[in-house]
Write a new protein. Structure first.
Lengths: 367, 216
């Protein structure tokens, strides 16, 4: 290596590490968004439904629809943008000599490129005008991703027993560790509701039929929304293990705390989805059916997902098992609902409960 | 009745016998210092006493209740102890006051007293996340959690790590006061001066592999 090429090689190496620290994690997070939007797009833009220009045209001419669409995308994409804008993964790299302009250009390019589904929708739908919309929304994303809320003084918790304390700790973990995943999940929940509502409306379904189909759509679309959150819940379960064991907290209490945290997320996501579905269908009776069914499915899914997490507790491939497990739980829900209708709801609840209650009893680290 | 009774304790980890057939008892009002070279099993012994690690064989009894006995015994034993592991690593997102509140809730006790908070300087750590604390601060937060109650038996793995001289004196005072009130302590430390200050009975551990050894 010559003396002249050394600085260039060093800069390239710096940029390579920076890319792996910033762009790659952002890409991984965006991938979940792409999967969610792909599922929704398949439902909305299926052969019997809308085209891109129908949706973008509606958004441009109806402030409510446009606002809802933009807010949904902000919710979905801001967590990914935060990784690029704040670049906290590269904090150490900034203490080393390296290029200054290249990372900014790369981050800006990634900020647009990782919005591919959004960019594609607007460019296909509106051409150059669509690019303008993408630009304006990207500026809003940039502003939101740069914003850091002030820290408030915490209250002294008044927990009465260890079960209550553990449940509260899981909620705190969700707030502090899964904030981005929750925001993204809220966006995907809106999409899930919109997709379910359109599916029900376009196929002119009502009553139990609408509930079964709508709840199935919601269960599928929520899978990418819940995976990030599930991993945070599992990490909390694992890191509190020694504390709980030395405090005499029973395993049942710990499992209840895990189910509680997952159920909280599932129910919240489902409520958002139901509200979005109501906006699309405007039919209260259908939404009542859909709401009841979806909430029961959400509770049962929470039990199924808890079983998935507890089974993966000591696995080295924990993330992959969580993803696959969540898909299996959603697939089981769809199968039960699709094959057996209202009886299937009961079958799914019973299967999930049985799966949870037969979770193998793990002992502390074996000596 | 002994505060801690360890009988024929054996532990294997990673295919190696870490602890082999250890027996040890700690009486009320007593402080026992576990010493030995790195890797001799001090941390493993304390993790077994705290119920975090399952032994291969033997019994650990705290205040008459077996750590690995029936469900109610297990719970009684563990609620009689306060544990600070070597890493002092509760979930990093927890604030100081949340850690102490969890321990208080589990033991049916009140949060740390003003005297304990003053001795360990806990008030300044109240609203700080554990992941943002220095090693010494995290150790103080965990010691505060261990003292909540206070439990009958303290199990402390290198409690002096990262502590400044002022807090070290405070720990000595707290442990002596705990012993004077009839509590017992078992702690691992490399600091002979600290153990001397505490008037601790020394339990020396030897590496049990490759030959089988018995202690005490």
């Amino acid at each position: 290596m010559t003396a002249e090429s050394t600085p260039r090689a060093a800069r390239a190496q710096w940029l390579d590490v920076w890319t792996r620290a910033v762009i790659v994690p952002a890409w991984r997070r965006a991938a979940a968004v792409w999967v969610g939007t792909a599922i929704v797009a398949a439902v909305i833009f299926g052969p019997s439904a809308m085209r891109a220009s129908d949706l973008t045209g509606l958004a441009l001419h109806h402030a409510g629809v446009g606002g809802a669409l933009a807010v949904t995308w902000l919710l979905v994409f801001v967590p990914t943008a935060r990784l690029l804008v704040r670049a906290e993964g590269a904090a150490y790299l900034r203490t080393l000599p390296g290029p200054t302009l290249a990372p900014i250009v790369l981050a800006a390019a990634a900020l647009v490129a990782l919005q591919l589904p959004w960019v594609a929708l607007w460019v296909v739908g509106e051409g150059l005008l669509g690019l303008g919309v993408v630009g304006v929304v990207t500026l809003a994303i940039l502003a939101l991703a740069s914003f850091r809320p002030p820290q408030l003084r915490a209250k002294w918790p008044g927990w009465r027993h260890d079960g209550e304390a553990l449940r509260a700790i899981h909620v705190r973990a969700l707030r502090r560790r899964a904030g981005d995943a929750l925001v993204r999940g809220a966006g995907l929940s809106v999409l899930a509701g919109v997709a379910a509502g359109l599916f029900v409306r376009n196929n002119q379904l009502a009553g139990l039929d609408a509930a079964v189909v709508g709840a199935s759509v919601i269960a599928i679309v929520l899978v990418p929304a819940e995976v990030g959150v599930l991993l945070v819940i599992l990490t909390t379960h694992r890191t509190t293990a020694w504390l709980a064991m030395s405090l005499g907290t029973s395993r049942v209490t710990r499992i209840v705390a895990v189910v509680y945290a997952i159920a909280l997320v599932q129910l919240a996501a489902t409520v958002i989805a139901i509200a979005a579905a109501y906006v699309v269908t405007g039919d209260l009776r259908t939404i009542a059916w859909l709401g009841g069914t979806s909430l029961v499915v959400a509770l049962a899914s929470a039990m199924g997902c808890a079983r998935v997490l507890l089974a993966a507790e000591d696995s080295p491939t924990i993330a992959a098992r969580t993803v696959v497990g969540s898909i299996v739980v959603a697939a089981l829900a769809v199968l039960c609902l699709g094959l057996f209708g209202e009886v299937g709801i009961g079958a799914f609840v019973a299967t999930s409960a049985l799966a949870l209650f037969t979770t193998p009893v793990a002992t502390p680290e074996r000596a | 009745m002994s505060m801690l009774e360890i009988e024929r304790l054996s532990v294997r980890r990673g295919g190696r016998t870490v602890i082999d057939n250890i027996a040890l008892s700690v009486e009320p009002g007593e402080i026992v210092g576990v010493v030995g070279k790195n890797g001799c099993g001090k941390t493993t012994l304390l993790a077994c006493v705290a119920g975090v690690l399952t032994p291969r064989d033997g019994r650990v009894v705290i205040a008459g209740a077996s750590v690995w006995g029936s469900r109610s015994e297990r719970q009684r034993a563990r609620r009689s102890l306060g544990y600070v592991p070597e890493g002092a690593d509760p979930p990093g997102f927890l604030l100081g006051n949340e850690l102490w509140s969890l321990c208080a809730a589990a033991r049916g006790a009140t949060p740390p007293s003003q005297a304990l908070r003053d001795a360990l300087g806990l008030d300044e750590l109240r609203d700080t996340a554990l992941e943002r604390m220095s090693l010494g601060q995290r150790r103080r937060a965990c010691l505060g959690a261990a003292f909540v109650g206070p439990p009958k038996l303290l199990v402390l793995d290198e409690p002096d790590n990262g502590l400044d001289a002022k807090r070290l004196d405070a720990i000595v005072g707290l442990l002596k006061a705990h012993a004077a009130d009839g509590g017992a302590t078992i702690l691992a430390s490399h600091d002979a001066a600290l153990l001397d200050q505490l008037g601790a009975r020394i339990h020396a551990m030897r590496d049990p592999s490759p030959t089988i050894q018995s202690e005490d």
